[in-house]
Design a protein around this ligand. Structure first.
Ligand code: SAM
Length: 249
């Protein structure tokens, strides 16, 4: 789509290189731009995002999505192969669509409980030609109990969906043993780590790493929590729809 009123996203090659030891190809940069244009367009009908300025969109949606899948400037090793990834509560497609753009060998499932948002993400996938991504409408509490999804993913991503223990209950049941959950957070404290430990243990996981970093343009503090699935999750998790938020572990 060419709409002359929509500005170009910045390229930020140096920042990509410094922070992730990587740079987008020209095709990936064009896909980022298309994604930006589709989201601005979709914002007229659906309340997708408040982040619409090009620099802010680049930092808070693109860079932030991809920073989560890197540890110490290296993309997660399982993504270098052909990992199966699920993005829970993807909304307008974050972080899953940027991950799908840069990891064409990975199979990405974009899950959201809101049908309208998933219909919009379907349009994005078609327009960007992302054949490695597919959508799924549903609640993670139900999907996590279905045999075709339970304990089948290598990586589960979750951003801005709930508290950390809720995110743990949504992600860990979907992971294979040895799989990794990435929980994107803003602020984080030691006390929260202690509280999360108990929930993660009940779900068959362990907290592997917590990374704190600053965003490269506005210097905002962010954290990513990496949870490793170490044993199989008990059949009663995830609990019924709504229970993880009403009665957090
Ligand atoms: N992850 C996106 C981002 O960071 O921009 C969207 C975040 S939005 C605040 C939260 C999304 O999670 C909404 O689209 C909502 O429909 C979805 N959601 C909340 N609880 C869910 C659940 N239990 N299962 C599936 N989707 C859920």
């Amino acid at each position: 789509m060419t709409n002359s009123t929509i500005p170009l996203l910045p390229e930020m090659a140096e920042i990509w290189q410094q922070t992730l030891n990587w740079q987008p190809s020209s095709q990936q940069q064009a896909q980022f731009q298309q994604l930006y244009e589709l989201i601005l367009e979709g914002n007229h009908q659906l309340n997708l995002t408040r982040i619409t300025e090009p620099q802010e969109f680049w930092e808070k949606h693109l860079w932030d999505s991809l920073r989560g899948i890197a540890l110490q400037k290296q993309f997660l090793p399982s993504l270098q192969e052909s990992a199966s990834v699920i993005d829970i509560g993807t909304g307008a497609g974050f972080p899953g669509v940027p991950v799908g753009i840069i990891m064409p060998n990975c199979q990405i499932t974009l899950l959201d409980s809101t049908r309208k948002k998933i219909a919009f993400v379907d349009q994005i996938l078609t327009r960007l030609g992302l054949s490695n991504c597919k959508t799924l409408v549903g609640r993670s509490e139900e999907i996590g109990q279905q045999a075709q999804h339970r304990q089948t993913y290598d990586v589960a991503l979750i951003r801005a969906v709930g508290t950390a223990s809720v995110c743990a209950e949504y992600t860990l049941p979907l992971l294979k043993q040895g799989g990794l959950a990435v929980i994107y957070r803003g602020t984080w404290t030691e006390e929260e780590t202690t509280a999360l430990q108990n929930a993660v243990k009940q779900l068959g996981g362990k907290i592997e790493t917590i990374e704190q970093f600053s965003t490269p343009l506005s210097n905002s503090i962010r954290h990513c929590l990496y949870l490793r699935k170490v044993t199989s999750t008990l059949a009663n998790f995830p609990r019924a729809v709504g229970i993880p938020t009403q009665k957090p572990l």
